[in-house]
Design a protein around this ligand. Structure first.
Ligand SMILES: C[S@@+](CC[C@H](N)C(=O)[O-])C[C@H]1O[C@@H](n2cnc3c(N)ncnc32)[C@H](O)[C@@H]1O
Length: 254
């Protein structure tokens, strides 16, 4: 994806639409609303292509609400999905004290490309890096959301695991044998971390576990589909394309 959430194959927006998007960004930067009102009225500036991400995540969360286990994101970037998951957790199951939310990322961008991957302007060593100290900032942000939410005194449901997912995911599952996977969102897109994470999680999947693949059939990230096909040869599953967000595939373990 590009920075504004469009496919790197080129956005389907035409020049005029892009101009309107820029106008929205500029109007957000110059908003006359004081910060506390701005925080409460972010929908003034939220585009449909951003709103759909919220709706999609709600759809996914509803599917696993009756399952135990963690909510996991592989490839966190700025962490918006983790914040969404925390807020959905607070809305949909505020009494669940065991719903862990785990995020895996290098926080220094892409690495570990193989011949099974496509390298491009958006996916190359170091793209999607975040500034120094961003993991700590995101931790504090998640803590603030958790604390502001209902029953916020019951904290510490989040873990941000920094490093190459090829190593961190297997290590995490080895060190935390109690972990079950209710939902895992695969959004790294390269082969090695995707297959390493799938293999590490395999024994922690249950009937009903949901795995989301961000761009399963996108030629810009073939490693995701290669890993998926290797892993799911002998696993019983159902797969569907999201009706809300067509590039995303939702796999449910049977
Ligand atoms: C497309 S971005 C994720 C976008 C995010 N899920 C969202 O929806 O906003 C991909 C992320 O994968 C991370 N990443 C790339 N290679 C990685 C690796 N080998 N291990 C861990 N994270 C990696 C990058 O740092 C980047 O943040």
């Amino acid at each position: 994806m590009t920075i504004d959430g469009t496919s790197s194959e080129g956005t389907s927006a035409d020049r005029e639409q892009l101009e309107f998007r820029r106008r929205l960004t500029a109007m957000f930067g110059e908003s006359p609303l004081p910060p506390e009102h701005l925080m409460f009225n972010l929908g003034l500036y939220t585009r449909s292509s951003v709103l759909v991400k919220f709706l999609f995540m709600h759809d996914v969360y509803q599917r696993i609400r009756n399952l135990p286990g963690a909510l996991i994101e592989l490839g966190v970037w700025w962490g918006q999905n983790l914040v969404l998951l925390e807020n959905l957790r607070a809305i949909l199951e505020p009494f669940n004290k065991q719903r862990q939310i785990l995020g895996f990322d290098t926080f220094s961008g892409y690495r570990t490309f193989t011949e099974k991957d496509a390298v491009s302007d958006v996916m190359a060593d170091g793209t999607y890096s975040t500034p120094e100290g961003y993991r700590e900032y995101l931790e504090r942000l998640l803590e603030a959301h958790e604390g502001a939410n209902a029953f916020g005194h019951r904290r510490n449901l989040h873990r941000l695991i920094e490093g190459d997912a090829c190593e961190t995911v297997p290590r995490y599952f080895a060190q935390h044998p109690e972990t079950l996977v209710a939902m895992a969102f695969f959004d790294i897109g390269t082969y090695q971390p995707t297959i390493a994470a799938l293999e590490a999680m395999r024994g922690s999947l249950m009937p009903g576990s949901v795995l989301v693949f961000d761009q399963l059939t996108w030629s810009g990230a073939p490693g995701e589909a290669i890993a998926f096909k290797e892993m799911f040869r002998d696993i019983d599953y159902a797969v569907e394309k999201s009706v809300l967000y067509p590039s995303k595939a939702i796999v449910t373990i049977r």
